[in-house]
Design a protein around this ligand. Structure first.
Ligand SMILES: Cc1cc2nc3c(=O)[nH]c(=O)nc-3n(C[C@H](O)[C@H](O)[C@H](O)COP(=O)(O)OP(=O)(O)OC[C@H]3O[C@@H](n4cnc5c(N)ncnc54)[C@H](O)[C@@H]3O)c2cc1C
Ligand SMILES: NC(=O)c1ccc[n+]([C@@H]2O[C@H](COP(=O)([O-])OP(=O)(O)OC[C@H]3O[C@@H](n4cnc5c(N)ncnc54)[C@H](O)[C@@H]3O)[C@@H](O)[C@H]2O)c1
Length: 449
């Protein structure tokens, strides 16, 4: 049995933050991962995805400007793009592990399984520690439908050697919309089959409607209120069956992608042996991100039932857990509003309350909503869809939410995040002098006088 001050399960944004911070404070630390070190964001999520989005943006921008000074639309060379993507992802495991070695963190490769409240098995090794952090992330949620094994997940999509012509996305959230844009700009016909009344349910309904117009204009088909019931066929020649308001319909595809949500990756951890309670949304934690049922265990990132499953949140939670381990639970979870972007082309970004949420809370709000494709900054690039919505508290003048669609939204949303964190009144934000002409300089027109 090897003994440490701390064992961390998972080497992603959450796990590595905890391990490095606690080690730098002089504690003995072990870290475990069943996959190549580095986690989802850098190898199978945000970063490789955005490399592909970069190519899709070039195609989209050229199409928009065709006959407006641009004479041809470039084509995506998928294998070459994947090779470029690999220059980002391939070095991650070695670089991550080297950093651990340099810091004196002991690495273990394999699946961690609890044996008791503070012992674990990884392969032939048994490890024990005063504290254990579960930072095991999330995995695609099981669909429990016949033919489930015929679907590929987001990791496999990001590694496709070639892109089939007909693709179906099961689900209508972030992954479906981002991958649909990448695939469509690379020449595929894409259908999104989503069970809800509207896609991207967490986002502002008016902006989603605008985005959907743009999505459909580039030939992506969206089927709503459609519950996928079965997938059949052979790889490369598949049929997706779905139930749409009582009627059975189907669509053929060369590739079917799981984009139907992710759940905490806890199945292999044997949490019952450690007395760690887990609910539908992951490991149950208190405000210190400590297990509600085993004080030796903390959880952070996608695996924890707290905060949005996004990278900035995983890093924040990792820092918080490290602080609490080192300084006896002095920090409590108190996250600022987190900006988030769907990296469609153009992107849609959001922070804080939606109009619907603000009204449900009974707030007196001033809401500005406008389509902005005719604004100079969008007309200059012939952006086909763009808009914004801001929600300001009438009494305090503070921003409650901002929702943006169009080029630059993914960056401009960070200005709103800064204002909301530091409680800069909407009026003061609107009075700021921003460099012109930029998407940021549009901001003053997005806020009430
Ligand atoms: C396709 C995709 C695109 C995304 N794009 C964005 C984006 O643009 N922006 C954004 O903010 N977020 C994005 N996300 C979400 C983001 O990637 C996650 O929120 C973030 O990576 C979570 O970090 P984590 O440390 O909690 O988990 P992870 O990075 O998933 O790390 C968990 C690690 O634990 C390991 N593990 C699990 N169980 C065990 C076990 N029993 N034993 C040993 N090891 C184990 C796993 O192998 C994994 O490496 C995206 C996600 C996906 C899937
Ligand atoms: N840009 C980003 O920040 C980004 C990008 C990708 C993923 N992510 C993270 O990863 C998580 C998972 O992404 P996702 O797109 O898989 O999930 P999601 O939760 O965003 O969307 C999945 C959607 O699929 C629908 N669905 C579920 N089962 C279905 C079925 N059988 N048939 C049809 N529709 C079904 C759900 O109603 C849901 O709205 C996100 O919640 C997010 O936290 C973030």
């Amino acid at each position: 049995m090897q003994s440490f001050d701390l064992i961390v399960i998972g080497t992603g944004s959450a796990g590595k933050t905890v391990a490095q911070t606690v080690r730098e404070a002089g504690k003995t630390v072990a870290i475990i991962d069943k996959l190549p070190f580095g986690g989802t964001c850098s190898q199978r999520g945000c970063d490789p995805k955005k490399v592909l989005v970069g190519a899709a943006e070039i195609v989209a921008r050229s199409e928009q400007m065709l006959d407006k000074g641009i004479s041809a639309v470039p084509a995506i060379d998928w294998p070459a793009l994947m090779a470029f993507k690999k220059t980002f992802t391939d070095p991650i495991p070695e670089n991550t592990e080297k950093k651990f070695v340099d810091l004196g963190i002991q690495s273990f490769h394999g699946t961690a399984t609890f044996l008791s409240a503070n012992t674990l098995r990884v392969g032939d090794d048994e490890l024990t520690a005063k504290q254990i952090v579960i930072a095991a992330g999330a995995k695609p949620q099981p669909l429990n439908i016949p033919g489930e094994a015929l679907l590929i997940d987001s990791t496999q999509f990001l590694e496709l050697p070639e892109l089939p012509r007909e693709i179906v996305m099961v689900g209508g959230g972030y992954i479906a919309f981002e991958f649909a844009h990448i695939a469509a700009r690379a020449g595929a016909n894409v259908t999104i089959v989503h069970r809800g009344k509207r896609p991207l349910e967490g986002f502002d309904a008016d902006l989603v409607n605008l985005l959907v117009k743009g999505v459909e204009a580039i030939g992506i088909r969206i089927v709503l209120e459609a519950n996928v019931t079965r997938v059949e066929g052979e790889p490369g020649d598949l049929t997706v069956h779905y139930d749409r308001q009582g009627t059975c319909e189907s669509v053929a595809a060369g590739l079917v992608v799981h984009a139907a949500g992710r759940v905490a990756d806890v199945a292999e951890l044997a949490l019952e042996k450690a007395g760690v309670e887990v609910g539908e949304k992951g490991v149950k934690v208190n405000a210190h991100l400590q297990s509600v049922s085993n004080p030796a265990v903390y959880a952070c990132g996608d695996v924890a039932d707290k905060g949005l499953p996004l990278t900035p949140m995983a890093s924040y939670e990792g820092r918080l857990v490290a602080e609490n381990i080192l300084n006896s639970n002095r920090q409590t979870f108190d996250s600022d509003p987190v900006p988030t972007t769907v990296f469609t082309v153009p992107p849609m970004a959001s922070i804080g309350l939606t109009e619907e949420q603000a009204r449900k809370q009974g707030r007196k709000v001033k809401v500005l909503f406008q389509e902005t494709k005719d604004w100079y900054s969008n007309r200059r690039i012939n952006e086909p869809v763009a808009g914004f919505k801001t929600i300001v508290d009438e009494e305090s003048g503070q921003l409650l939410g901002a929702h943006l669609l169009g080029a630059g939204s993914d960056e401009v949303i960070n200005l709103f995040a800064l204002a909301m964190k530091h409680q800069i009144p909407a009026k003061a934000l609107g009075d700021m002098l921003f460099a012109y002409p930029t998407h940021g300089s549009d901001l003053s027109y997005m806020l009430p006088d």
